[in-house]
Design a protein around this ligand. Structure first.
Ligand code: ATP
Ligand code: MG
Length: 417
């Protein structure tokens, strides 16, 4: 690694004209940035480059001058617009030649699909001099890894997001950790209902007490991922334990991949209890989140999507005049929705959601973002009133996750009912 490099930082280069011209978002940069961040590597530069050999080559040589680590996605496929390999050869003076092992792997892959390797497909076996081949277990184009004269390490990965992700996790991250020397230790926590600023305030003096400690926060509606890093595993453990104590009941898991639906489901499963839901403005999102959890059939019985007033009456048996008088978005309607869902399904608990997701439909009394959430257990039912910020999708996600969080807290014996 050269002295000119910004230490522990990476440049992410996304190749593809569609990322510039058609507004396709560079989600690869987002997911690679997260994976690196959790390992103490910051993203120092993020660029999108069209499928233009000269332009890619220019950007790659600049990135490799400044950053010890450059991760490139896209343009490794068989079509004529896939020119990342040629650009790398040009940028780093590493001529391409056909690699027999890569060619054999390509041929075997095509044979398995009952097809023959075309001359265009054969280009994917071209390897820049000195590069290591990274096999692609879920697609055709292999990845590549090479060192540059400036001492940088450059990884080339396919553009297809799930192929890229799999190769990052299985092959690239371990190489990066080796390259950076002793990996930093890190621990994750997820908390519900706190903002980034609130988490930071809770943890700031804890971080100050440990010279090697650092904190990364990734916020999404209602859920925040907290990544604590330290120079050694014991210190990371201590930080995570203290942070969890301070954040208290807001913390619901130490698994960054797991959401509130899993946290609530785990408790239901342990207790042998069940859940039903009745949703209006979330249109099935709550049921969707719940049924993403493997094994949710053990505790999730039924969901109703009662979007119209008439369906609240016909499917849930709510009195028409009450919906008329109080409005569909009201404490009374949310309460009756929850009670009906529980009674009709026979579940131990039920959740209901009724609100105004926007962008239209708000009034001064009932603005966009107003959501009522009911939680019924036995004969008891408590409705809470919320005013969520953000656009339609954000309000809906806030509503569904807040419902799950209320259930989780109630099951934990904190909060009502
Ligand atoms: P393939 O072997 O499939 O041709 P490739 O390396 O050539 O892979 P591309 O052709 O550039 O990759 O992209 C394949 C798909 O992945 C396209 O649908 C593209 O829009 C998508 N994609 C490429 N880069 C990104 C990115 N940075 N973020 C999100 N999606 C991307
Ligand atoms: Mg392609």
């Amino acid at each position: 690694v050269s002295a000119a490099h910004v230490p522990r930082q990476a440049a992410l280069v996304a190749v593809g004209t569609e990322l510039l011209a058609d507004g396709r978002p560079d989600t690869n940069a987002v997911s690679i940035g997260r994976l690196l961040s959790a390992r103490g590597v910051a993203t120092g530069l993020r660029i999108q480059v069209p499928d233009d050999e000269e332009e890619i080559a220019r950007m790659l040589s600049q990135a490799a001058e400044r950053f010890p680590l450059v991760i490139v996605t896209g343009g490794l496929g068989p079509t004529v617009d896939d020119v990342t390999r040629e650009a790398v050869a040009r940028a780093f003076g590493a001529p391409l030649s056909e690699d027999p092992a890569a060619l054999a792997a390509l041929e075997a892959g095509m044979r398995a699909r009952g097809r023959a390797l075309t001359p265009a497909g054969r280009r994917q076996a071209l390897v820049p001099r000195g590069a290591e081949i990274l096999p692609n277990p879920v697609g055709t184009a292999p990845g590549l890894c090479l060192g540059t004269a400036s001492g940088a390490r450059v990884f080339l990965l396919p553009g297809v997001p799930h192929e890229m992700q799999r190769m990052m996790v299985e092959q690239v991250l371990t190489r990066i950790e080796e390259m950076l020397g002793a990996p930093l230790a890190w621990r994750g926590l997820k908390a519900a209902g706190l903002t980034e600023v609130q988490v930071q305030e809770h943890l700031i003096d804890l971080l100050a007490s440990s010279p090697s400690a650092s904190l990364t926060l990734l916020a999404s509606p209602m859920e925040i991922s907290i990544i604590l890093r330290a120079s050694e595993p014991r210190e990371a453990d201590r930080l995570a334990r203290r942070a969890a104590e301070r954040l208290g009941e807001a913390v619901f898991t130490d698994d960054l991949e797991s959401g509130l639906e899993s946290a609530a489901g785990r408790i239901l499963a342990v207790r042998g209890e069940t859940l039903a839901v009745a949703e209006s403005c979330t249109g099935g999102l709550l049921g969707e989140l719940i049924t993403r959890v493997p094994g949710s059939s053990q505790w999730f019985l039924q969901g109703w999507v009662t979007y119209s007033n008439a369906s609240k009456v016909s499917a849930l048996g709510i009195a028409a005049d009450l919906v008329e008088r109080e409005g569909a978005v009201s404490e009374a309607t949310a309460e009756l929705m929850a009670q009906a869902a529980r009674r009709l399904s026979g579940a131990s608990h039920s959740l209901s959601i009724s609100g105004i997701a926007g962008p239209d439909g708000g009034t001064p009394e009932k603005p966009v973002g107003l959501v009522f959430i009911g939680l019924a257990t036995g004969d008891a039912c408590v409705v809470t009133r919320h005013l969520f910020p953000g656009d339609r999708e954000t309000v809906r996600l806030f509503a569904a996750r807040t419902a799950l969080n209320r259930l989780r807290l109630a099951l934990d014996g904190r909060g009502a009912p």
